[in-house]
Design a protein around this ligand. Structure first.
Ligand code: ASP
Length: 360
């Protein structure tokens, strides 16, 4: 019965998202104007669970992050700078599964993944399993700009951050009570051992932020964050940052830092940031797949994103969504879950924020 419910929910979500796609595609930046799209994860996000207070907290957080990126673009800054500025705000926000607020591994640690890509030159940087750098998105950028590599992992990656003056934090900085309680609940439910409470964190409190993010199986909300942007020079960029999947085995890496899967940008096609069940996104090479359909099959951005999310990902039974943008000003989102935290704006237009799949 529970399974049927879930299938119905997913089906309704897919139908509504497709119906709303036309409205989503209607927003487009005109030549020489900037645009930005932001996400804060996709999953089973329902009004009944978030409540009015939670809903408005998330909207406010999305608005704040979007405004940071928009401000960069509005003063003539690059898409790359806008993406980084937006994601840094979300990494500092405990409501999202990135930076401070990242989910825990089964051993009670935060291991974060992130990537950034510049569509104007195909330069990319990514990090996986980092534990001390406050802003993993800036670390991904440092890998891109300060090393000859594209991808680095673990302590070696964090060392690049320390060497380049990026803020370093103790493990307790990334801890949030809500995420911890959510981990404990999930492990207990699955009959797995619960690790000791991390050292240096405040004593167990009952106060958890509004809309406590219960990442346990039935109500999984993917809280990964990402942004794609188009600047006035016509360049696009993409970035993604995450704590990954709650209760993951230490060492597990998702799609977010995999260039072409969770993150991709090329001025020849599009910029994409994904969120969802990472293993499926890796198998499909989701981000590059969307760009291939645009570049080689002449699809509109909306058609390409819907084809990958509502056909290819659905077929594999993967959950999640993408945000995407093109140098010609097309921008979109597409997701097959009941909700996706999202916001977008084109220069001269209003900010549009959405959470549930019945919103445009
Ligand atoms: N895609 C991320 C991962 O698999 C999780 C997410 O988007 O919430 O690590």
């Amino acid at each position: 019965m529970k399974k049927m419910d879930k299938i119905c929910r997913l089906l309704t979500g897919a139908i509504m998202a497709t119906t709303l796609a036309a409205a989503a595609a209607a927003q487009q930046a005109t030549a020489g104007h900037w645009a930005i799209v932001v996400h804060g994860g996709a999953g089973v996000i329902e009004r009944s669970a978030l409540g009015p207070e939670g809903t408005s907290s998330y909207r406010a957080s999305l608005a704040r992050a979007e405004a940071a990126g928009a401000a960069v673009l509005d003063r003539g800054g690059s898409a790359l700078d806008a993406v980084e500025a937006t994601i840094k705000i979300l990494e500092d926000d405990p409501l999202f599964n990135a930076g401070h607020g990242a989910v825990f591994t089964a051993e009670g640690k935060n291991e974060m993944d992130s990537a950034i890509m510049d569509g104007s030159n195909l330069k990319a940087g990514s990090v996986a399993g980092v534990t001390t750098t406050r802003h993993p998105i800036s670390l991904a950028r440092a890998v891109m700009e300060k090393t000859p590599y594209v991808m680095m992992i673990g302590p070696g990656a964090d060392a690049v951050g320390a060497k380049n003056g990026l803020e370093q934090e103790p493990p307790s900085y990334f801890f949030t009570e809500a995420r911890w309680q959510s981990l404990v609940k999930q492990l207990q439910k699955e009959g797995r051992p619960v690790p000791p409470r991390p050292a240096g964190v405040p004593p167990e409190g009952k106060a958890v932020p509004v809309a406590m993010l219960d990442e346990s199986a039935d109500s999984h909300r993917f809280g990964t964050v990402g942004a794609v942007a188009l600047d006035r020079m016509g360049n696009i960029a993409a970035g993604t940052s995450t704590g990954g999947m709650q209760g993951k085995m230490p060492g597990r890496v998702g799609d977010s830092p995999i260039i072409g899967s969770g993150t991709y940008a090329s001025n020849q096609s599009c910029a994409v940031s994904a969120t969802g069940s990472g293993e499926y996104f890796i198998r499909l090479g989701v981000a590059r797949e969307v760009c291939n359909l645009v570049q080689f099959k002449n699809m509109s951005l909306q058609q390409a994103a819907d084809q990958v999310i509502h056909k290819e990902l659905d077929t594999l039974k993967g959950d999640g969504g993408v945000i995407a943008i093109m140098p010609d000003g097309q921008l979109t989102w597409s997701f097959n879950t009941p909700g996706m935290f999202r916001a977008r704006q084109v220069e001269g237009g209003k900010v549009q924020i959405g959470i549930y799949n019945d919103e445009p």
